[in-house]
Design a protein around this ligand. Structure first.
Ligand code: ADP
Ligand code: MG
Length: 325
């Protein structure tokens, strides 16, 4: 059976990988859907590459499983026609030309030679097809890796940190390519440790920290929920100000540098409230938390979860000893 034309789903169910005492991937359950770019985000060491290797059948799960179009990777007939992956661009045999590298892959997978010309054209390497891959720049090597991933015209594409070390033009090219592959109805799964990169590329976001699932949400939702706006307020009469804010129903968090981060009211309102109670303010400034901060806070909490092994930590309000850093 060939991959269905309606799009192929990848389903992870309780996926777990242990290396001795270390749990690299911890009970991950999520679904990667066709027609969109799904970003797989987590700090270095979070377990992204390990998860992707298990998805590709390159590593055996300790528990749980991965199903592609309802089947295990080993049960797929012609796996290259289902999934193309870019894991490590340096895995190219340097002595071969770009063309021969792709031709070998094509021949061992029953893919016609004509397809090699097509993918070289897609990634913009036609002019250097007869050059040896070992002379390639990082960006060219990355393009060659992507050409290999596209060879079987797969419904699923997986890219592990594809923009690492690329120049802005290369990054832009990969971003555009991923979006166009998704627009063709393919399933595109791409990892990164950079929130800023995901925000520009992904429609859906799966966030992990310390091997655990932290968020599985649309990008739009993540942005809406995490673009917290608040007001930084600093006063030499901090305790009195806190009382006044609480009485007015506003919540305040410790900013970590003596200032307060106040939610629930505009700067004008807070300023008037302080004036009414004759409180001196040294700072009153509206702020917009960045997505990068939201990501860091989310993953920092996963560290805390492990440290206390209790309930998952929620952002705490000022007064419960919450400190940044
Ligand atoms: P990421 O790709 O998100 O940076 P990895 O999947 O590479 O994370 O690694 C997750 C964790 O598993 C890390 O702590 C890493 O050191 C550990 N790990 C990965 N592969 C192995 C291995 N083959 N043996 C032992 N530990 C490993
Ligand atoms: Mg990795």
């Amino acid at each position: 059976m060939s991959p269905s034309s309606v799009g192929v789903m990848i389903e992870l169910e309780g996926l777990t990988k242990r290396y001795g005492e270390k749990i690299a991937v911890n009970n991950l359950t999520f679904t990667v859907r066709p027609g969109i770019v799904t970003g797989f985000l987590g700090p270095n060491g979070a377990g992204k590459s390990t998860t992707m290797r298990m998805m590709l059948g390159l590593d055996r799960p300790t528990a749980g499983d991965v199903r592609i179009d309802g089947k295990h990777y080993d049960q797929l007939k012609d796996p290259l026609k289902y999934i193309g992956a870019l894991l490590d661009a340096k895995a190219v045999h340097g002595g071969r030309t770009a063309f021969n590298h792709l031709l070998c892959l094509a021949q061992s997978n029953g893919i016609p030679k004509q397809r090699v010309h097509e993918v070289l054209d897609t990634v913009g390497l036609t002019a250097v097809a007869k050059k040896k891959a070992k002379g390639f720049s990082l960006g060219m090597g990355q393009r060659l890796g992507i050409a290999a991933a596209l060879l079987g015209d797969p419904q699923i594409l997986m890219f592990d940190e594809p923009v690492n070390g690329l120049d802005p033009e290369g990054i832009h090219w990969i971003r555009t390519l991923m979006k166009s592959l998704a627009a063709q109805g393919r399933t595109v799964f791409v990892s990164s440790h950079l929130m800023s990169e995901m925000a520009l590329t992904a429609d859906h976001l799966v966030v992990i920290g310390q091997g655990r699932l932290l968020a599985d949400t649309s990008m739009a939702d993540f942005i809406a929920r995490n673009s917290r706006s608040y007001v930084r307020v600093r006063s030499p009469q901090r305790e009195k100000l806190l009382d006044v804010l609480h009485q007015a129903g506003l919540t305040a968090q410790d900013a970590g540098d003596g200032a307060l981060e106040v939610d629930g009211g505009k700067a004008e309102y807070i300023g008037e409230l302080a004036a009414r109670h004759q409180l001196v303010l040294h700072e009153l400034s509206p702020q917009q938390a960045s997505l990068e901060e939201a990501f860091m806070q989310l993953t920092a909490e996963s560290v805390e979860y492990h440290a206390h092994s209790g309930t998952p930590a929620a952002p705490q309000q000022w007064g419960e000893g919450w400190k940044k850093g």
